[in-house]
Design a protein around this ligand. Structure first.
Ligand code: F6R
Length: 592
């Protein structure tokens, strides 16, 4: 979602570095951006609507500076325009601030500030924080004022603040990520909402946790816990991410790079600490009730989990979208186990579900990609999926890795973790064979054929029903073609009315006990003019176009989604959409 980048150090190119840092955060999705640099003349602010794209810092005529903060905004409070873009000034223009997340009680505070003479130029909640800090600064130091403001703000947020009078950056976090990069020069620091932003400069990081505030100056780095009101020590951690994994390399887009990486990512997911998997399997056995919780694509992965657990260890697990779990809170007790699935580990709706579970004393397991995320930190047990940075907004490699871990977990609950591992090793090796340029070319031919259709549908049964739903998400978000997934048996109860001459219907038809039924559904659709695209290990006469996938038993959801990811990508490119940054979407959804 929104991105933050800040620099303080000996170099006088802070503004340039902030612009380059914001470019590395572009994948998160945004609609406007801005930077504030502290110069000899005061604070210079530059804001723009749209993408940073090819803008060179030199085009902007920015003065030299060794302290700057920047932000890429994904609009929540107020429209997309320069006024609402961050950074925001306080009333007296002495304090400047960028902010991620949501300030829930901002209206109450804004009204109070208005009464005592403050005027606001934007519609944002963020501007209110700058004004609030200014109010406190009338009788307190800059640091104390930020501290007091943090205690008043309700919601999830990360803020980075500078003042015209002082050469320091103050940052605070509650529920929205902020990481400090420790530079190679003495007293050189970066702050970002995501590590890839400063990865070219340093791999030494300090994670700010919830309720923590940091003051960075040319002399010191000071941390406080603003709830407990005490100074704290933080550790520098050396991360092992390499810059290549966070860059596109020879690929035209991150999305296709990440789809192709599934040759390796699946094997990395399988190489989990077996003891951790067994530990989670034990918790599942002990629990009276289990909820699998996620949002969007991760939610669809959870739905697949529901089927896998019913089929393999025959355990009832309940699925809930993060935003919906609150409706079932009466059923959550200390004997409940919540298994959360997430790529970013920062999705507000899933984090809220964790809060509900924790309040009731339930145990929380998370299956996440970003190991330093809020979700991982809030969980009792973490199963990291180890997919490496996923930068395209549309989730691909994280999805299959999450599916692999749930498959392994379902087998572990059936006493057969080795069976699960063997199945997945076989799946990974078949995916390795499948993902070659010829396969891509073959799917490209289909994309050419259907690129101008108005609607398309995807049908599946059993564990491939949620994959039909996930396929629809993939197609919608990057191709912008209307796509919907259905449980194949449901079609005849209504949606079959949507089928007309040549409507593409992707049919997920693994070689399992449900094959006969889904083929018969495809036949019903074909009889009404539908164009059947079969995704299956074996061809069938009902298919107008056949995409072959390996025959991998319980892993069929993993192999079935991959050709659809490729199709969605190619449709996006053919329709001249940017597959990495689809309109209106953001990578990690940190608002409710
Ligand atoms: C779609 C997509 C989203 C995310 C959802 C949850 O391709 O990526 O639907 O799956 O926003 O995000 P995470 O997995 O970060 O919790």
């Amino acid at each position: 979602m929104c991105g933050i980048f800040a620099y303080l150090g000996p170099k006088n190119t802070a503004s340039e570095m902030v612009i380059e840092g914001l470019k590395r955060l572009e994948y998160r999705g945004y609609d406007s951006w801005g930077i504030a640099s502290k110069t000899e003349q005061g604070i210079e602010i530059h804001k723009e609507v749209g993408k940073i794209g090819e803008i060179k810092p030199t085009d902007l005529n920015l003065s030299s500076s060794n302290l700057a903060i920047g932000h890429s905004r994904w609009a929540t409070h107020g429209g997309v325009n320069k006024r609402n873009a961050h950074p925001h000034f306080s009333e007296n223009k002495e304090i400047v601030l960028v902010h991620n997340g949501i300030f829930e009680n901002y209206l109450e505070i804004k009204n109070h500030l208005k009464k005592i003479g403050h005027n606001f130029v934007s519609e944002t909640d963020t501007e209110v924080i700058a004004h609030l800090i200014e109010e406190y600064s009338k009788v307190h130091t800059f640091e104390e004022s930020v501290h007091l403001a943090t205690k008043e703000i309700e919601g999830r947020y990360a803020i980075v603040v500078i003042s015209k009078e002082e050469n320091k950056i103050i940052a605070a976090r509650k529920g929205s990520p902020l990481i400090i990069g420790v530079g190679n020069d003495p007293n050189e620091y970066y702050i970002a909402s995501d590590i890839p932003a400063f990865l070219p400069y340093t791999k030494k990081v300090i994670y700010l946790d919830d309720n923590q505030m940091v003051t960075l100056t040319n002399e010191e780095l000071k941390f406080i816990d603003f709830e407990k009101e005490q100074e704290i020590e933080k550790r520098i951690i050396e991360i092992d991410w390499d810059i290549e994994s966070a860059e596109k390399g020879a690929f035209p887009h991150f999305m296709i790079k990440e789809i192709m990486e599934q040759k390796d990512t699946l094997s990395r997911a399988i190489n989990q600490e077996q003891d951790d998997i067994k530990k989670v399997a034990k918790e599942i056995e002990k629990a009276e009730r289990i909820y699998l919780v996620g949002c969007g694509t991760a939610g669809k992965v959870c739905m697949v989990g529901e089927y896998l657990f019913a089929k393999i260890p025959k355990i009832k697990v309940n699925f809930a979208f993060g935003s919906e779990l609150q409706n079932f809170k009466e059923f959550i007790t200390k004997k409940t186990l919540l298994i959360c699935v997430s790529q970013s580990g920062e999705t507000a709706d899933t984090l809220e579900a964790i809060e509900i579970a924790k309040e009731k004393g339930a145990k929380v397991v998370s299956i996440v990609n970003v190991e330093s995320s809020t979700m991982a930190r809030a969980s009792d047990i973490v199963l990291p999926i180890k997919a490496g940075p996923e930068k395209a907004v549309a989730s691909t490699k994280a999805t299959t890795s999450q599916l692999a871990i749930l498959t392994m977990l379902a087998h572990a609950c059936n006493g057969g973790i080795q069976n699960g591992k063997q199945l997945l090793i076989n799946t990974a090796s078949q995916i390795n064979d499948m993902l070659n340029p010829r396969y891509e070319e073959y799917i490209h031919n289909l994309a050419e054929e259907i690129k101008d259709v108005e609607s398309m549908y995807i049908i599946g049964r059993g564990s491939n029903y949620p994959i039909a739903l996930e396929a629809a998400i993939k197609l919608q978000e990057v191709s912008y073609i209307h796509a919907e997934g259905f449980a194949a048996g449901e079609l005849k109860h209504g949606p079959i009315a949507l089928i007309s001459e040549n409507t593409p219907v992707i049919t997920l038809a693994p070689n399992d006990e449900l094959r006969k039924e889904i083929i018969s559904n495809a036949t019903e659709i074909k009889a009404r003019g539908g164009y059947i695209i079969g995704i299956s290990p074996t061809n069938h006469e009902v298919f107008d176009f056949w995409i072959r996938v390996p025959d991998v038993g319980h892993s069929s959801p993993i192999v079935n989604i991959i050709p659809i990811q490729i199709l969605a990508y190619q449709l996006a490119v053919l329709r001249k959409n940017n597959p990495d940054m689809p309109r209106n979407l953001a990578k990690s959804v940190t608002v409710k």
